[in-house]
Design a protein around this ligand. Structure first.
Ligand code: AMP
Ligand code: GLY
Length: 428
């Protein structure tokens, strides 16, 4: 069995790592992959955004399954291109990926489906958007409509900040065509968590919950990043919240998509804000989260491939998904300066040593091979992921491993899991 994983981040290393352990013993390819995926199979030098190049490779190589990691090729219709060639794909088609590709589309679907989410309006004109902001007041949230690599969202504490963000998006060049339209929505209070669900067009199976840490600095300060760490499970997503997420979020969203002639297959990530056990949707992503996937894959019990194939075949069942009881934690190590400018090409030492820490795996993200040497090649460099008897234990292993690793200007947050640890301490 031949599998191609598309992407090059920590998420893709984690997916490839899990697939590599499958009892089907698949032959693994990763495009373009990183130094971590190179150890599990073959890296193919085609960018994840080069959908035609990927299609041509697949037509020549005939993989039995293609697993698409990032949103860009999904929104560009890679699934559609491959399915037209009779190739099996794990990942939604272009129409379904619009749930992430256009915030306005996602909000419109949610409004039509009655999914709990912040009230919103969308604009292409600065004056109308600013008038709406003044009417609603602050805090308020301004979002570029299209894909902006996680940087298109401003949580504005004042009306002035919101107006500035509106001007930046609609008049400036900050987000290109992604910023030609803005969605302005009410600020939601509560605690965020991530839920991912496998969907085969019909059946929905929730994966283990997790919580990401989006800000660069401890105490959730500083600019937003792709994610500085995660843990699973997140107890804020209790059984009642999970039930609500299925009934109030996934089922109505899929029904509304179906009404519009769109079938969703793959993984659908719901970013939630939870207040008093009531979840509201902050965003949909049409893919696995990064670094949530690293934390979640570490807990997946048994083979994952049967569940992925069932998503493709439309035969998904709860029994195909199971979890180890131990919690996991993922600490992301970044390059100094990230999410701003950062250096690349710095040699990384002691990855092997870090991998020897009990119940720990070092997932590569922005890494590359220069000869035999692993060097930094991106902002998020590694995701150190550990299992533990409890979250504290998982974190202490991940931090021991992180301390072992050395590269110039390495940086990571020391407070991953802080909300959960506080919850545990308070006994609630
Ligand atoms: P998004 O890219 O939509 O996930 O937004 C990035 C981050 O902005 C989220 O993870 C939240 O922390 C924050 N955010 C987005 N929308 C809202 C909202 N309506 N209320 C409060 N915070 C939000
Ligand atoms: N960790 C946030 C995301 O994957 O979108």
């Amino acid at each position: 069995m031949k599998i191609l994983v598309v992407g090059s981040g920590g998420r893709e290393h984690a997916l490839a790592w899990k697939l590599a352990q499958d009892s089907a013993e698949p032959e693994l390819y990763c495009a373009p992959g990183n130094a971590g995926t190179a150890e599990l199979g073959w890296n193919v030098a085609i960018a994840a955004t080069d959908v035609e190049g990927l299609r041509d490779w697949c037509v020549a190589e005939r993989p039995d399954l293609v697993v698409i990691g990032p949103e860009a090729p999904l929104c560009d219709g890679l699934t559609d291109l491959l399915e037209a060639e009779g190739i099996r794909v794990f990942g939604p088609n272009r129409a379904a990926a619009e749930l992430e590709g256009s915030k306005e589309f996602a909000k419109e679907v949610m409004a039509a489906a009655g999914v709990p989410t912040a009230a919103y309006a969308s604009f292409t004109e600065v004056d109308a958007a600013c008038a709406y902001v003044r009417e609603r007041g602050a805090p308020i949230v301004v979002k570029a409509d299209g894909l902006a690599a996680g940087k298109g969202v401003t949580v504005a504490e004042t009306v002035e900040q919101a107006e500035l963000a509106i001007r930046d998006a609609l008049e400036g060049e900050a987000f290109g065509s992604a910023g030609a339209r803005v969605v302005v929505e009410d600020f939601l209070r509560g605690e965020e968590a991530s839920i991912l669900a496998l969907i085969d067009g019909e059946h929905i199976v929730l994966l283990a919950s997790s919580q990401d840490h989006k800000r660069i600095f401890e105490k959730d300060e500083g600019p937003n990043t792709g994610g500085m760490g995660a843990y699973s499970p997140a107890s804020i997503v209790n059984a009642g919240v999970r039930e609500k997420v299925i009934r109030e979020v996934y089922e109505p969203t899929l029904a509304e998509l179906k009404r519009r002639g769109v079938t969703y297959k793959g993984v659908l990530y719901a970013g939630l804000m939870i207040e008093d056990d009531q979840p509201s949707v902050v965003e949909f992503n049409c893919r696995f989260g990064d670094p949530e996937t690293q934390a979640v894959m570490a807990r997946w019990k048994g083979d994952m491939l049967p569940a992925m194939e069932a998503v493709v075949e439309g035969t998904l069942r709860e029994e195909l998904v199971d979890w180890v009881a131990e919690p996991s934690a993922c600490v992301v190590m970044v390059a100094g300066g990230y999410p701003g400018a950062y250096a690349k090409g710095n040699p990384i030492g002691n990855i092997d040593l870090a991998n020897e820490v009990e119940d720990t795996v070092v997932f590569h993200a922005g890494t590359a091979l220069e000869g035999d040497e692993v060097v930094t090649a991106g902002g998020r460099v590694l995701g150190i992921t550990s299992l533990g008897d409890d979250l504290e234990d998982a974190l202490s292993k991940a931090y021991i491993a992180a301390e072992t690793i050395s590269y110039t200007e390495a940086f990571y947050r020391n407070d991953i899991g802080h909300r959960e640890l506080r919850r545990m301490k308070n006994g609630s």
